[in-house]
Ligand binder design. Structure first.
Ligand code: FAD
Length: 494
């Protein structure tokens, strides 16, 4: 029998076991699960919609019997292709498993894998508690996907990433055996910590069906502030000062001069009356009602000393308007190119100023618009390399620019991904970021837990060059509105 015939036989058996409602082989929903937010699509045999934990076990057991690849899927918001079924087979959709139970007395949330990040935050807040991880895709993405990617977000500056809130996981090994790592308790020292191995493994080592999450007391007050700087370097020096002076911002976002051009000149956002075109820091501080007045004075003093202009949001609506700038710049960049290589590199605090200088050189050298914004306090910057897909010269320069970027980031003591993961998009740079011994150790773990290479094959280790593939031409619910018309950066930004 050919591979295709074997997969068909396996799919027929799966359909007999789970029924037509759960095993879908044609139609729109199947097409929409052939790619994630990278829009890199692959042909595959069936979309399996799990309605219970047991369904997950059934799928994996049959997949092992027939050696069918399985790609687990939450909401498909991954930006790296990690949820695209690169080797075909079955897509296992766990997004229908979405129960959330908050246990106030334990400060924990017990959630199924398909629960949305925002729904978990809301459920925690309804009990006066706080679930800090806040990926910008929070309204759409699932906790299973967040755990698999170890998702971050803006509040990581103070509160850390998804991993810092996962107390326990329940789910299935690649061979379909049910396992649980930890429980509704905060301490465990009982053998290997496979819970943490699953976190960030991009669905290659197991399928999460349930998680126990740690919750915090909800901060009483927040203070939002925006500050403008003469140069990207000045803004990043101000970040260092802020942290050196012992401040603990909940959020500290940096928007470089090219990002600001996109926000102001393309999206039309105006933040200051007399200051424009300046890189920005957007900061949010939180704490108790008692501490806030003193903190507000100290933060204003820092802003006065370091910036050319600053303002505090007086109301929640004003704060929302400031955050809107951060959200709008990303879509506005598409006026500069129809294709974006969106990296999420990390640079240690002490080298961020050097990194800003490098970005200027990279723009000059590549002659491409490259706009950078991101989480300055933890050094996780989103570098957006824009180009036109049909222009071979721009495409070649974009490819070179991303390669130069990754090498530079590593030489500055950083790493190639802080929150999105490797998926397909960053596979060409795994060997830049990790040495042979490290990669072999990872592969040995994969082989031990998944000897048949069932879960999410083709990811992390096999090189896939995104720029050689054409993404699907579809608009996803979370896509930002793209501006009409084409723009080029003014000379002073090139
Ligand atoms: C507009 C936008 C903004 C974003 N902002 C951020 C951000 O601020 N921070 C950030 O970190 N990311 C961000 N992302 C990326 C993305 O939202 C995250 O990686 C998110 O964690 C993916 O969740 P998901 O449910 O969509 O997972 P999917 O995209 O469906 O899957 C992602 C990976 O997780 C695996 N997986 C999914 N569910 C499970 C499970 N139950 N068990 C095992 N493996 C599983 C998949 O196989 C795949 O490898 C953003 C994406 C978009 C589109």
């Amino acid at each position: 029998m050919t591979r295709k015939q074997i997969v068909k036989k396996a799919t027929d058996r799966l359909r007999k076991t789970l029924g037509n409602r759960k095993v879908i082989t044609v139609g729109d929903s199947k097409y929409l699960a052939s790619f994630d937010s990278s829009k890199l699509a692959f042909d595959y045999a069936a979309l399996v919609v799990a309605r219970s934990d047991e369904d997950v076990g059934v799928v994996l057991k049959l997949a092992n019997e027939y050696k069918v690849p399985v790609t687990t899927r939450g909401a498909g918001t991954s930006l790296t292709g990690s949820a695209s079924p690169a080797r075909g087979g079955w897509v296992l959709d766990v997004s229908r498993l979405r129960r959330i139970v908050v246990k106030k007395e334990k400060a924990m949330a017990i959630v199924q894998a398909g629960a949305l990040a925002k729904a978990i935050q809301d459920a925690a807040e309804a009990e006066g508690l706080f679930y800090p991880p806040d990926p910008s895709s929070q309204k759409y993405c699932t906790i299973g996907g967040n755990i698999a990617c170890n998702a971050g977000g803006m509040r990581c500056a103070k509160y850390g990433v998804t991993r810092d809130y996962v107390l326990a996981l329940e789910g299935f090994l690649p061979n379909g055996e049910r396992v649980s790592w930890g429980g509704e308790y905060k301490k465990f020292a009982t053998g290997y910590n496979i819970r943490d191995l699953w976190i960030g493994s991009e669905g290659t080592l197991g399928v999460v069906t349930k998680a126990v999450l740690k919750l915090l007391p909800k901060p009483e007050k927040t203070l939002t502030l925006i500050a403008a700087y003469d140069s990207d370097e000045d803004a990043l020096i101000a970040v260092q000062k802020l942290l050196q002076e012992g401040f603990f911002p909940a959020i500290l976002e940096f928007l470089d001069k090219r990002t600001i051009y996109c926000a102001e000149e393309i999206a039309g956002v105006r933040l200051f009356n007399h200051v424009s075109g300046k890189p920005l820091l957007l900061a949010e501080f939180d704490g108790s009602a008692n501490d806030m007045p003193k903190l507000a004075l100290e933060v204003s003093d820092w802003a006065k000393r370091t910036s050319v202009a600053f303002k505090k949001a007086r109301t929640r609506a004003q704060a929302e308007f400031l955050w809107e700038t951060r959200r709008k710049c990303s879509g506005a960049m598409f006026a500069l190119g129809d294709t974006k290589i969106n990296e999420d590199i990390v640079v240690p605090l002490e080298n961020q100023v050097k990194f800003a200088k490098f970005l200027d050189t990279l723009v000059k050298r590549s002659r491409l618009p490259i706009a950078t914004f991101g989480h300055a306090a933890d050094g996780n910057f989103h570098v957006n390399i824009m180009y036109h897909r049909d222009d071979d010269s721009e495409k070649a320069r974009a490819k070179k620019a991303v390669s130069d970027l990754m090498r530079k980031v590593m030489s500055l003591g950083g790493t190639i991904s802080g929150e999105h993961g490797i998926g397909l998009a960053k596979t060409p740079f795994m060997k830049v970021a990790r040495n042979e011994a490290e990669i072999e150790a990872m592969k040995a773990i994969k082989k031990a837990l998944d000897p048949n290479n069932i879960l999410n094959p083709g990811k992390i280790f096999d090189v896939y060059e995104v720029w050689n593939h054409t993404p699907e031409n579809v608009t996803l619910p979370w896509d930002k509105k793209r501006p009409k018309g084409r723009r080029t950066l003014p000379d002073y930004l090139l």
